[in-house]
Each structure stands twice: as structure tokens, then as C-alpha cells.
Design a protein around this ligand. Structure first.
Ligand SMILES: [Zn+2]
Length: 253
């Protein structure tokens, strides 16, 4: 019998090897070589303080704050008080809790894990708030709701920039009932903004095409059948770079 995926081992090395997930798929889109390296070694980037603020709020609403504070003692001062950034996380939480609609959307099944396949590739998903038969809701704590500059694309909305459309496509297909997908979002601004955004189905459909097209190749890279492509720009590529030819100044622009 195969071992069950639980919250505590959702991101374990074993399960990251066995299943593709939304973050792993997005990592492969960024740089195949770096994604493969992180799966093989289990090494992940150390979370920044800004990422931890989001995780703190996530943990609070999924009832995992106790575990979170044990695994992240760095959120406290030496005298045991919460660092100012996490006091702000508490402020974001209190803002969310004051909104009836936000709380209604967050009130589904918490951290519901499901597995399945897309284009023959095993996938895992973890739904923040699952309203069975009605909706999939993902909680996001973001800098703000302003458009973000993406190289080659110009300014795009934060949902597309962070690949939440890809996440929606993966979640919707693994859940299996084409449920509407919502982002319940709050900002880290001094006065947090809140909103609930639905990702339109036509956007999810385009993202789903991309997932179907690329997942089999990423899986072949994962299993060593195909070689990973190096992006040449990320930290991993820079760290492992070997100079093999002399470049002309003309290549710089
Ligand atoms: Zn790279």
C-alpha cells in the first residue's frame, strides 16, 4: 500500500519526487536545471521574511500556528516577543477576520490534499479552503494588488505574474469537477487591502493547455530520461556555470 500524503510530509523529498505540484511545475517553467537540483537534493531556498509573513497568516487560518512557531523560532525576539513583521501579520489576520465574505470563503475544508494525474504525470494538490462541489479557494498574502513588471511581457496583473492561473488549472483538474477557483487575497501594505478574485475559466483553460503541454517533458527531466535546460540566469545556473567560450562584447546589450 502506498503511504498517504499528509500535511506534514506534503513537501517531503519523497513526495516531491513522486508527485509534481503547482510550485514544482512553476519552478520547472523558471529553470529546469534548478528545479531538478532542488528535487534531487531536497534543498529549497531559505524563505525570506516576506515569504514567512504569508506563511504565518496561512498557518493561522489552517490551524497550524503552533507547529509553525516551533519550526520558525526566528519570528521571535530574544526576549520571546513577536518581531514587528509578524505583529503586522497579526494585523493582517485581524483585518481578514473583520470581513464576513472573506471568512465565508475561507471557511471550507482546510488544507485538503488530493492526488491524480495530468497528461499521465502524477500530481498532488493542497487546497487552502475546499467547498466540496462548489469552489476551490486559495489564500494569498501579497505585497499589493498593483500590476508587476515581467521581463518580455511588460506590466501584468499579480495573479498571472505569480502563476496563480497555472495553480488554478492544476487544482481544478486534479479536483476533477471544474469548480470555480478563487484567490482570497490580502496585502502586506501598512493598511492591508483585501479582495476575492475569481480566475475566469477561459484563463484557466489557457493555463491548462500549458500544463498539459509541458508536464510530460518536466516529468521526463525528473526521471532522467531527458536533460534539463539551463536558464543561464538564476542563482543555480550562475553557481554551476563553466566558461566554455569567449564572448564578444557585442553579445551584451
Ligand atoms: Zn537557471
Amino acid at each position: 500500500m502506498s503511504r498517504q500524503i499528509l500535511n506534514k510530509n506534503y513537501f517531503s523529498r519523497r513526495n516531491n519526487k513522486k508527485y509534481m505540484g503547482s510550485s514544482q511545475f512553476k519552478a520547472f517553467c523558471e529553470c529546469e536545471a534548478a528545479a531538478l537540483h532542488s528535487i534531487k537534493t531536497g534543498a529549497s531556498e531559505k524563505p525570506t521574511k516576506s515569504m514567512l509573513i504569508g506563511s504565518y497568516v496561512d498557518a493561522y487560518f489552517s490551524g497550524e500556528l503552533d507547529d509553525f512557531t516551533i519550526t520558525h523560532p526566528e519570528i521571535f525576539t530574544k526576549s520571546g516577543r513577536l518581531l514587528a513583521d509578524f505583529e503586522h501579520a497579526r494585523y493582517i489576520i485581524s483585518r481578514i477576520e473583520r470581513d464576513k465574505m472573506f471568512m465565508k470563503y475561507l471557511n471550507g475544508g482546510a488544507q485538503v490534499i488530493k492526488t491524480g494525474t495530468i497528461a499521465g504525470v502524477p500530481f498532488k494538490i493542497k487546497i487552502d479552503s475546499y467547498h466540496d462541489g462548489r469552489a476551490i479557494v486559495d489564500l494569498k498574502i501579497v505585497r499589493d494588488f498593483e500590476p508587476v513588471w515581467a521581463p518580455g511581457k511588460g506590466k501584468i496583473n499579480f495573479i498571472e505574474y505569480w502563476g496563480y492561473d497555472i495553480q488554478a488549472a492544476i487544482y481544478q483538474e486534479i479536483e476533477g469537477n471544474k469548480l470555480p477557483f478563487f484567490i482570497a487575497a490580502a496585502t502586506k501594505e501598512p493598511e492591508p487591502d483585501i479582495d476575492i478574485f475569481q480566475i475566469p475559466q477561459h484563463v484557466i483553460d489557457v493555463a491548462a493547455e500549458k500544463v498539459h503541454k509541458l508536464a510530460p517533458h518536466f516529468q521526463a527531466v525528473k526521471t532522467g530520461i531527458e536533460l534539463p535546460v539551463r536558464c543561464g540566469k538564476c542563482d543555480y545556473c550562475k553557481r554551476t556555470k563553466k566558461i566554455e567560450r569567449i564572448r564578444s562584447m557585442d553579445e551584451l546589450c
